[in-house]
Each structure stands twice: as structure tokens, then as C-alpha cells.
Design a protein around this ligand. Structure first.
Ligand code: 6PG
Length: 248
């Protein structure tokens, strides 16, 4: 099921997103004893992470049962200004009582292909017992932003990674000056679409153009933008959107 909630400004969007995060976390902890969440990078989620680190949110959750992953990461060290881990650590994770072993960082400093393989193994060890697995609903919540070109996580338009059906994590190129550079790590669509809940956070008039395309345009009836390929197999899709992002 897909739901869209509109918010008059980014602050109220963050309040809605923080409440949603808590709701999803408490439900998962109650039913499974733990909450597996994949965080988004980018600027939009920052206000939500700030709220989650503040009262009453920070003490409303048993952070010892929260396991944090990332939907994608830049191939940079964890202390690099571009690191999605650093952003979440400084704004949220360093300010709540989450055990270090519950923070599952993509190793942006490692050789990308190796880092992708290692993160996939880390996820396998966390989510499944052995190799006999089907795409069960691994993540209880995946937060995504929307790129102005329609990308999600680090799945960019035209990327071969969009067609990946087996791997859970890939090292991919992001458009950089030639030569092409493999400089991002990303969860793949099968992993995103295996989640119980996928939630987009979209704010700013700058996203109005792409959001209109994501919600309305197809080619020969087929979705073409990465964001359109986020179709949780049996989970729910929620769009938390600032009103400025839907004005045509
Ligand atoms: C990243 C994100 C990326 C982001 C979008 C939207 O690593 O940057 O994963 O997919 O969510 O580019 O970014 P903004 O929220 O900054 O608009």
C-alpha cells in the first residue's frame, strides 16, 4: 500500500518522520525483539535525525534493540565530510544510547567491491541463518531521499545496478569527471523492496519537477526512474512530502 502525507514545512515533515520512525521501531521491537532500520544519507533526513536525538524521542525507544544500517554510502573514510555514516553519527547515533555493535557501518574507506561483499556478508549474518534464504522482510524500515534525477540511495538512472536481482549490496559508479569512478556503495532494489516499510522523505521546491515525473510519467507504461522501481513486494510505501515539493 502506498500512502502520501503532505506537510506545510520541513520542520513538520521532520516531526512526522520522527514519529513514524518511533512507531515502526516500537512495533518491530514488540513483535520481533529488535528493529532493523536502514538510514538515508543526504540533507533531507538531517532534521529528522536531530529530532530523534532530542527529547522526548531519545528516551522513548529501547535503543539497545535498534540495529542501524545504511541504504548507501560514499566511498570515503567515516570521518570524511561526505560520509553518510559521519552525518548520522554526529547528529543522532552519538547522542542516543545505542550499543556500538548495533551500528552497522558500510566501510567506505575500503576497496569498494570488497566493502560491498563484506557488507552483504554482515547483513546475511545478521538477517539469516546460513545460505538457505529467500527475500524475507529483512528491514523493518528503510528511509530514502529522492535525488533530483530520480535516484534513490546510490541507484542512479541508467545504472546496471538497477537490474541486479541477486546481490544485496553493490559498488557503483557515481557521475564524476572522466574516467568513471566506482565511488558509492548501495543496497540493491531486491533488498529495498523486501522491506516491511519503505519511507521517502522529500522536501523543497527543487524536488517538485522530479517528484511529478516519479508519480506520473512512464515510458510505454513502464517505470523508468529508480525511485519508481521502489515497489515493496509485500511491505508498505510511504511518502512524507513537503507541500513545496508538489507545487507544479
Ligand atoms: C546520499 C543519499 C541520496 C539522497 C538523495 C537526496 O547518499 O546522498 O542516499 O540518495 O537521499 O540524493 O538528497 P537530499 O536529501 O540532500 O536532497
Amino acid at each position: 500500500m502506498t500512502i502520501v502525507r503532505l506537510h506545510p514545512n520541513p520542520s513538520l515533515l521532520a516531526v512526522s518522520a520522527a514519529g513514524h520512525f518511533l512507531e515502526q521501531a516500537k512495533a518491530a521491537i514488540q513483535t520481533k525483539g529488535r528493529f532493523n532500520v536502514a538510514l538515508s544519507g543526504g540533507s533531507t533526513p538531517r532534521a529528522t535525525y536531530e529530532l530523534l536525538a532530542s527529547q522526548p524521542y531519545a528516551t522513548s525507544l529501547d535503543w539497545g534493540k535498534v540495529h542501524v544500517f545504511w541504504g548507501d554510502e560514499r566511498c570515503v573514510p567515516p570521518d570524511h565530510p561526505d560520509s553518510n555514516y559521519r552525518m548520522a553519527w554526529e547528529i543522532l547515533l552519538n547522542r542516543v544510547p545505542i550499543p556500538p555493535e548495533n551500528i552497522h557501518r558500510m566501510q567506505g574507506e575500503a576497496e569498494p567491491e570488497l566493502a560491498a561483499k563484506e557488507y552483504e556478508q554482515l547483513m546475511r549474518n545478521h538477517f539469516t541463518q546460513g545460505d538457505d534464504y529467500q527475500y524475507v522482510k529483512f528491514f523493518d524500515l528503510i528511509l530514502l531521499g529522492l535525488g533530483e534525477d530520480g535516484h534513490i540511495a546510490s541507484l542512479f538512472p541508467g545504472s546496471p545496478a538497477l537490474g541486479e536481482k541477486e546481490r544485496w549490496v553493490m559498488a557503483v559508479e557515481h557521475n564524476q569527471p572522466p574516467p568513471p569512478l566506482v565511488n558509492r556503495l548501495t543496497l540493491t532494489l531486491p533488498m529495498l523492496n523486501a522491506a516491511t516499510q519503505v519511507t521517502f522523505l522529500v522536501a523543497g521546491a527543487g524536488k517538485a519537477h522530479i517528484l511529478k515525473q516519479v508519480w506520473s510519467s512512464t515510458v510505454d507504461g513502464q517505470p523508468v526512474l529508480p525511485a519508481q522501481l521502489v515497489q515493496p513486494a509485500s511491505g508498505n510505501l510511504l511518502w512524507l512530502v513537503e507541500e513545496a515539493a508538489i507545487r507544479a
